[in-house]
Design a binder for this molecule. Sequence first.
Ligand SMILES: Nc1nc2c(ncn2[C@@H]2O[C@H](COP(=O)(O)OP(=O)(O)O)[C@@H](O)[C@H]2O)c(=O)[nH]1
Ligand SMILES: [Mg+2]
Length: 467
Amino acid sequence: MNQTSAKNLNDTIAAKASPSGLGGIGIVRISGPRAGEVAAGLFKPADGSLDPARLPERKMLLGSAVDPASGQDIDEVLCVRFGAPRSYTTEEVIEIQCHAGPAVVEGILAAALSLGCRLARPGEFTQRAFLGGRLDLTQAEAVGQLIGAQSEIEARLALAGLAGGLGQQLGEVRAALTEAAAAVEAAIDFPEDVAEIAGPELIQRLERGALAPLERLLGERRRRRVWREGALVVICGRPNVGKSSLFNALLGQNRAIVTERAGTTRDSIEESTILGGVVCRLTDTAGLGVEADDLDRLGMEAARQRLSVADLALVVLDGSAELNGEDQQVLELTQGMRRLLAVNKQDLQAAWPPDGLGSKAAQSLRVSAKYGQGLDELSEAVGLALTGGEPEPGPGEAVASARQAEALGGALEAGRRAWEGLVADEVQPELISVDLGQALARLGEVDGQGAPDQVIEAVFENFCVGK
Ligand SMILES: Nc1nc2c(ncn2[C@@H]2O[C@H](COP(=O)(O)OP(=O)(O)O)[C@@H](O)[C@H]2O)c(=O)[nH]1
Ligand SMILES: [Mg+2]
């Protein structure tokens, strides 16, 4: 059992574990000490010799769900029992599979609630798995990530997190910090027996066992963040260069309106797609350049706003028309950013030579959005620019989330201060002890060991109900 307070663990919770709407199968999940009683109250096994209060474990059993108040059948169902602690939550769990009609699922859930269950909060099943010691906090977060995964890559990464590699590495970091903390405590308690607070060996172990691994994890996060979280790619350029055409072509669908009239796209449109292997939110923006009216101004403001938070600017230029002042403005606006230049309309006669951009050229590629030329190369270039060539993390190489990285950064900072204090050997041990304690606390925010309730709650708040 983790140290976190096990509040409300005595009650039995229930929720719909399948998504809302129409589908083949609906699932109601019940977890807690009274799960057996609930099963006895609402499940009638087809095999009359079975005791519904003590169903055999891990066996799909046919039967019917009945409304305990009226005794009427709600649906023909399958019921499976996972006995504690060999269940997802480590508690007694009953799962009832029914037909997915909303009335049926809600009816069974209502029956469970009438038998003394409470409706589960978002992520509460996984929270119980964590409190039961089955998952550490990094693994619990990976469950949420897996459920939210929109692409195969995201799912693979979440699965790597679920394997618990990050938690394991943090266990080693914790051991090194704890060892240093113990040595410092000894120096506080027995100052006359301890000549120096910590010997060079301990200082080295702190560096190698805690600080270096934390630095490595944070570096890994910086380098591979886009693999985990995807990237925001903003298409920009002056009106009529073919931004919306390129947006549609890269998505493989006609999402944005394309016209010969300049200034058709007023708002930013965003869609998810995979470019060069990276999950991208691709944004089509209004043309940047000369403002004709208020709508133009608003559109351009929206475009600038998206650009300011973009991971990559995809600057579109019209290769068939002379570059003008508006193009120059866009080039200047995106100068300091990570960017790629797409020189569009290569199917038409070129109005300027490929090297016409001089020193402004970051990397430029010739494409035709209209005729689908050069798009694969552009996709690859986008992926490469975003990942900097770092390969996708393999199995067991979990990349820290933003929340985790923030806490790891705090742990590193505090640990580094303690290390400096130990090296200088003139800092009061009490102060070093405080720093080490803080490093341990920040570490706990990541794997959940000794973490305060608010941290744990915050992690599970992002989950959906039923998981
Ligand atoms: N020939 C040619 N025309 C294009 C190409 N891409 C876009 N266009 C045309 O350029 C005009 C403006 O395109 P649009 O995508 O709306 O530009 P935006 O204002 O930058 O979004 C439309 O008439 C498109 O058909 C291209 O690769 N080749
Ligand atoms: Mg447009």
